[in-house]
Design a protein. Sequence first.
Length: 486
Amino acid sequence: MTHEHDAWLGIDLGTQSVRVLLVTGDGTVLGSGSAPLAGRRDGVRHEQDPAEWWDGLCTASRAALHGRSKDTVGGLAVCGTSGTVLLTDGAGRPMSPALMYDDGRATAQGARARMAGLGVQDTWALPKALWLTEKYGHGRVTHQPDLIVSLLTGELPPADSSHALKTGYDLERDAWPAMLPRLGLPDPAIPDVVRPGTPLGEVSPSAADATGIPAGTPVIAGMTDGCAAQIASAALRPGSWNSVLGTTLVLKGAAPTPVRDPTGVVYNHRAPDGSWLPGGASSVGAGVLTAAFAGADPADMDTLAAAYEPSGAITYPLVSPGERFPFLAPDAFALVLGEPESDADLWASLLQGVAFTERLCLDYLHHLGAPLDGPLTFTGGAARSPYWNQLRADILGRPARVPRQTEPALGMAALAAYGTGAVSHLPEAAEGMVRIGTTVEPRPARTARFAEPYARLLDELTTRGWLPPPVAAHARARLDVDTAES
């Protein structure tokens, strides 16, 4: 039986909003709240004002906790966008704007870090921290949740190893690289690191007044939004994968050992229990629909798009310039091959293009030897589209589970339950909270219908020099098998 105080608060600092959920151990959502976030995009520049995160949290948490008694919350955890970073001063106050997960200005710093032997991408937090230090002076490297936790507890916390990964933290050695001071980040700039699920402190009385979260509520070290969504999908047993389709596409899986990728396209988070969570983040995603069809009703467009399977056009629908996964191509740009005959056909081609990218991600993971034989789960905002879910299952040639609640905040509620000791194993906490709404079965005839346009896209990506020929060949060899085969 679930008691009222057996509920946990999950906080998700997303690209477009702050989301807060109050969830019981059996997955009942007792309360929810959200507040919009504004960003500044200009070419490769993408910033947010860190002060907006706190304002958004105060609004969203008050909505989620409205009318709840003081003993409702057993603990909380916070997730943020992976690779988002800012500098703070000695008192924990922001010294800079926050450079978001896909800000691409730190190209010179990324090159310098790679020359020093670090496998980082230009959009990762480490190059951006170096860029910020050169522009704003020395400060403490602070990830998105670090700032919120400091405002909740009154103390700047150690970073969690999940967010620290893209700042260069070595998860296998549990240590920062020795060359960071030589790159320009002295020791005082680098936070201590703890594993996700570690208690960080308690909500202070002043933070309680601002947020409505009861004073004394335990604050637990969180994970990145992709990992949070993975927890919210209960994809934590080896061979399980979660595909998070929001503004962009993120795939996260579970494996007993790290998945090795010499190019650094696939990287490995570490679960609180020490197992591994391989995955990657693409720059393709549902954000292209908003950009191309501002104000359109997605359900109406989905209905019209069903007449175009396959579409008359083939797309590689990048939300922003450059690709990070399933291949690394900083100079990549959005592609449209062929002429869509109508808005509905263009909509169809964008949906299909995202699904082709998703298939290529799974083919690339198979190429690297990742286990893929567990269940696949769809989460993220796009999982609210039954048509797109079916299309994706058809193109991937494998079944997919769709949880009723698809939000990263749910994953943070499960992590909070684990971190406070209410549940002894994180997979157990997640499986207790996650409720599967539907399982979408692929239709083999449709899978076959999409093989030819997928192969054409592989050819185009290879011709442009973005997709390595061995990866393309591996993907072509798997055209007649479902992507669950290992």
